[in-house]
Design a protein around this ligand. Structure first.
Ligand code: FES
Length: 235
């Protein structure tokens, strides 16, 4: 059967996890936590074919408000294709990209309000869901931490690349952008590097020195191996 992820036609079978269908077809759905229903980077809007998907389980209900469910929200790492039909999903990142590119201010405000409402209202149930899964042995914190650390590097590059693609003026040569822009970019780069090093130091402490963020400079263990740059092309 065919499903469409951000309008890209993808091959999938009944029984496939939505996240795996995306991976198999090289369609982008994020999975920073490795599919453990923690990070919500795999959040998608189901535009068509909701009846062809599995019903939301407890892990999804803990993180997604009724309002977001009404808008078609699902976690791709917890959603399975249940029957044949046409399925069309839009990732959260792609929805935001289209809203920004369309300069649709009212839609952007509504979008931000909905996400803010969801975070405020579902944070307690989301945290308690994670705690209960750890206590019952359904979630291994050490394993999840490693997956999150491995995913953070590519994810941060993805965000940076998407930002540059979304705002084309960021691609102007620096000599045209002027010294002011160059200074701003240098400052932003420095802030980002500091944030990466700080996060890596925190991970190092939590994991007793076993986990670091790629490309960071851990205060205790020095420079960590960098990863290959991810290049994203705009449509
Ligand atoms: S991959 Fe993290 S919540 Fe689905």
């Amino acid at each position: 059967m065919n499903i469409y992820i951000n309008d890209k036609p993808c091959k999938a079978e009944v029984g496939d996890l939505l996240l795996n269908a995306a991976k198999n077809n090289k369609a982008h759905i994020g999975y920073i936590c490795g599919g453990n229903a923690i990070c919500q980077s795999c959040f998608v809007y189901v535009l068509e074919g909701a009846d062809c998907l599995s019903k939301p389980g407890e892990d999804e209900k803990a993180f997604i408000s009724d309002k977001l469910f009404d808008e078609g929200g699902r976690l791709a790492c917890r959603t399975t294709i249940a029957k044949e039909g046409t399925i069309h999903v839009l990732t959260r990142a792609e929805k935001l990209r289209r809203t920004v590119l369309g300069l649709n201010v009212p839609e952007f405000i509504t979008y931000a309000q909905t996400i803010g409402y969801n975070v405020t209202n579902k944070l307690p149930s989301g945290v308690s869901n994670i705690v209960s899964r750890v206590q019952s042995g359904r979630l291994n914190p050490a394993d999840s931490l490693k997956k999150i650390a491995a995913g953070l590097g590519p994810a941060s590059l993805l965000v940076a690349s998407n930002f540059i693609e979304t705002f084309p003026f960021m691609q102007m040569p620096l000599d045209m952008a002027g010294n002011a822009a160059k200074g701003a970019l240098d400052a932003a780069g420095s802030v980002a590097r500091d944030a990466l090093d700080t996060a890596s130091g925190a991970l190092c402490t939590i994991s007793d020195g076993r986990v670091h963020l790629p490309g960071s400079n851990c205060p205790a263990h020095g420079p960590q191996e960098a990863i290959e740059r991810v290049t994203i092309k705009s449509k």
